[in-house]
Design a protein around this ligand. Sequence first.
Ligand code: SAM
Length: 277
Amino acid sequence: MSDPLPPGLYIVATPIGNLSDLSPHAARVLSGADLIAVEDSRVTAKLLAHIGVRKPMTPYHDHNADRVRPDLISQMADKAVALVSDAGTPLISDPGYKLVRDARAAGIDIHTVAGPCAAIAALTLAGLPTDRFLFLGFLPPKAGARATAIAEVASVRASLILYESGPRLAAALAALRDGLGSRDAAVVREISKKFEETVTGSLDALAARYADAAPPKGEIVLVIGPPGEAAPAAEADVDAALEEAMTRLSPSRAAAEVAETLGLPRREVYERALALK
Ligand code: SAM
């Protein structure tokens, strides 16, 4: 038995692979909570078994959150309610932000038990600048929306962090190369698990590598370095290079060559090539 906790909301980060990454503080809070709000009770039951705890659990996920949130918040007035997700830090590409928002509005005490987060863990492995970074969560699955989302951040001077799945990795890398140019990047997979792997290279090289391979298994984070420091090529230089290249190549190949040489997003150069054609 552990000491009961004062009433309130306790946001508890849990391991993203290695169960021993559960902190003693997290274990103490989960042991002392009256109720644990979970994404999937089977996943959290395994974590609780690991620390020898049995607790009432209530589902809180994308499909029931709006319906169950008011009741959960009223329980926080006299109960210690912990919030966990299946892995990592709740609220980060996981449910919880509206629960915190509404709990705050209701005057509930809110505590966070900081811990593992795949985005931050991947950033530490990538060997790319860490002084400024932008977390993008998951890109939209459809090609058009994905290209728009990438174009929106193309000029941001920061490393980019994205969550991705194995089956979508090759398409995502190709879209990122087309939208951002061939920046340095890292594919970080299965962090803190048996088959942990970090593959680094240019977006061009990584897009080519995964285009030809079977989709990698497991969970993936992409980290992409910021745009280069060089002054952007003048429009006239781009046009001249394109005009020359299009005497030898199709617009799409010419755009690829010029984008690579001048370090520009391939999609942008291709649009210019079509306009010049
Ligand atoms: N809240 C979680 C966190 O703090 O990292 C993220 C939840 S999000 C629904 C799940 C995504 O996180 C996965 O699809 C994958 O992109 C990434 N992820 C989670 N665990 C990972 C791991 N061990 N290695 C690599 N990526 C991981």
